[in-house]
Design a protein around this ligand. Structure first.
Ligand code: NAD
Length: 478
């Protein structure tokens, strides 16, 4: 019996494409979550042209109309939270508890931007010339391409789609080829919520579809790896369109000599290993004062050995599988590399067998590592963390900053002086004190430094900088 292939939403119609993405459950590779159509080149162009017409009306729609659509989407996500979380958990492998939190957050984001619609105010400035007034007007940018990764299949699309629509734009959305099910469900919700035909299109597929989208839009917002983000930004620059890229990290968690041990261990467990370390903000470098290496390591290993690794939807699972065979092989190759580089494996690091065939990996902790080792310089994107011993706060800060990345950084300390100094001097977009490196809120900016980000920040009111274009009007009234 052939299974139905989930279609794309193109120019307001659900249409089949060419070929299909086979969506496999990483907790049970015998289970196919569904098959999803790949968009054709012609469909990308058709979606762009429909978005251009629908977007013209949307850009001038009363704010209440835009706000109502976003609120209806939020309500529906919230109403179907359990079902969406289960789907997310099945296709991505995130523990059901984390999937539920992600879906809830997506609803909150749509609700937040339903209010932002009314705060899209312009500015009035004094002029150098008497009798002249100057107004700065913020207008929608047009048709935006939104390209997302696999690790947050609901919330990252939400934090791009919601501001894009709130600030009056039309959307071409391409989710990761590894997680089309959540994206399809979200698109279905947006369509059923009464989104004007053609304003929002879902175009599933791989990087080819992504490239084609960049070629037809007025701006592109991308989240993913540094390599792909660089290619997206270069393609966008060739067309002179704005690009916003949120990319990878190699985030440090500093454990100072005066750290509270429980807080330190909590931050490491949460930041390094939850969601199998598959977070751009995961703390893969644990920079620990030599005075605390022994007690911190002992307490962390004890906590790690209690973590339940298993099928994502099983109650009691702390950490599900990694996303796919390729990611598992990458994680295992870095674990082997760390040992070759002279790191000492303290716990974990092996493939696990469970009742169902899946990509289960025991979280790995390495000791005796240096910041020069490749495992401490390259993003692994798995449940692997390395302890780097340091002497004193100054060395800890220097090591934290010695990286090509700059997304998130945290310090666990009871010194107000060091906390304040760290916030001011650590070179990362997010600075945390006594909190995990992972865990961001939606009403404040998300953006990294160095190779972790390119372009204006996402989230909060700051998203308006990317999703609108400033125009300036001068008036002389004699
Ligand atoms: P990826 O770069 O492989 O893919 C991201 C998206 O780009 C996918 O939809 C993919 O199909 C598409 N794509 C691939 N080639 C393309 C091209 N040439 N043009 C346009 N689109 C193309 O990333 P991934 O493996 O899906 O995600 C993991 C990465 O995402 C990690 O590096 C992680 O750190 C990063 N990430 C960053 C943030 C952040 O906010 N900074 C958040 C989550 C994930």
């Amino acid at each position: 019996m052939s299974t139905a292939i989930f279609p794309n939403l193109v120019a307001g119609e659900w249409v089949s494409g060419h070929g299909a993405l086979i969506n496999i459950n990483p907790s049970d590779t015998d289970e196919v979550v569904g098959e999803y159509a790949c968009a054709t080149s012609a469909q990308v162009r058709e979606a762009a042209s429909a978005a251009r017409s629908a977007g013209a009306a949307w850009a001038v729609a009363a704010p209440g109309v835009r706000s109502d659509l976003l609120r209806r989407i939020a309500d529906e996500i919230e109403r179907r939270c359990g079902e969406l979380a289960l789907l997310l958990s099945r296709e991505e492998g995130k523990a059901l508890r984390d999937a539920t939190a992600e879906v809830t957050r997506a609803a909150e984001i749509f609700r937040y931007y339903s209010g932002e619609v009314f705060r899209m105010a312009g500015e009035r400035s004094p002029s150098l010339r008497s009798g002249v007034t100057i107004e700065v007007l913020y207008e929608p940018i047009g048709v935006v391409g939104l390209i997302t990764p696999w690790n947050f299949p609901v919330v990252i699309p939400a934090w791009k789609i919601a501001p894009a629509l709130a600030y009056g734009n039309a959307v071409l959305f391409k989710p990761s080829e590894l997680v089309p099910a959540s994206a399809w469900a979200l698109a279905d919700i947006i369509d059923r919520a009464g989104c004007p035909k053609g304003l929002f299109s879902l175009l599933m597929g791989d990087g080819t579809v992504g490239r084609e989208i960049v070629d037809v839009v007025d701006a592109v917002s991308f989240t993913g790896s540094v390599a792909t983000g660089t290619a997206v930004a270069q393609r966008a620059a060739a067309r002179m369109i704005p690009a916003q890229c949120e990319l990878g990290g190699k985030n440090p968690l500093v454990i100072a000599a005066d750290a509270d041990l429980d807080v330190a261990v909590d931050c490491a467990i949460q930041g390094s290993f939850m969601q199998a370390g598959q977070r751009c903000t995961a703390s893969s470098r644990l920079i620990v004062d030599v005075e605390r290496v022994a007690d911190f390591t002992q307490a962390l290993v004890a906590r790690m050995e209690k973590l339940v690794i298993g099928a994502a939807i099983s109650p009691g699972t702390d950490i599900g599988p990694v996303i796919d065979e390729r990611q598992l092989a990458k994680d295992l190759s870095y674990i082997e590399l760390a040992e070759t580089e002279g790191a000492r494996l303290l716990t974990g690091g092996g493939r696990l067998n469970r009742a169902t065939p899946g990509h289960f990996l025991s979280p790995a902790l390495f000791g005796d590592t240096s910041n020069q080792m490749r495992v401490n310089r390259e993003e692994i994107f798995g449940p692997v963390a390395c302890i780097i011993p340091v002497r004193g706060y100054d060395e800890a800060l220097a090591v934290a900053n010695d990286t090509d990345f700059g997304l998130s950084a945290s310090i666990v300390t009871s010194s107000l002086k060091h906390a304040q100094h760290f916030k001011a001097n650590v070179r990362s977009g997010l600075a945390m004190v006594n909190l995990p490196t992972a865990g961001v809120e939606f009403h404040v900016p998300l953006s990294g430094l160095k190779s972790s980000s390119y372009g204006p920040p996402e989230m909060g009111h700051h998203a308006m900088r990317f999703y609108t274009k400033a125009r300036t009007a001068y008036t002389f009234a004699a």
